[in-house]
Design a protein around this ligand. Structure first.
Ligand SMILES: [Zn+2]
Ligand SMILES: [Zn+2]
Length: 114
């Protein structure tokens, strides 16, 4: 993992440095550094796959996306990109897309009645 990568989601400041610091602390359960411990880290940074570029950027609503886009585990339904949920969907820092959908429906109805 390269240093200095931060989650690209608006309002989320999870980054690789925090994970590194976390791994240097001691695990309460196992009495070893978390680096040497079987416990999982609270989140990981996932780099944007080339093939999902459009979906991810649409989900993140980034006006000026960085060269390398990372999204942390918190924004994935399965805590990481999977076949079922490959795109970031949770806690994306803006209102739920449902509101937008409703507005579109209203507009369509208005067109039908006029
Ligand atoms: Zn542990
Ligand atoms: Zn994040």
């Amino acid at each position: 993992m390269s240093s200095g990568s931060t989650c690209a989601v608006v309002g989320c400041f999870n980054n690789s440095k925090k994970i590194k610091n976390f791994l240097e602390t001691e695990c309460f359960d196992h009495k070893v550094r978390r680096r040497d411990c079987p416990c999982s880290v609270p989140y990981q940074l996932h780099s944007m796959p080339e093939s999902r570029c459009l979906e991810w950027l649409a989900a993140l609503k980034l006006k000026h996306p960085p060269k390398k886009v990372y999204v942390c585990s918190h924004h994935f339904v399965d805590k990481r990109p999977t076949d079922d949920n490959p795109n970031p969907e949770l806690y994306l820092g803006y209102d739920r897309p449902a509101v937008k959908k409703r507005r579109t429906i209203v507009r369509v109805e208005a067109l039908v009645t006029s």
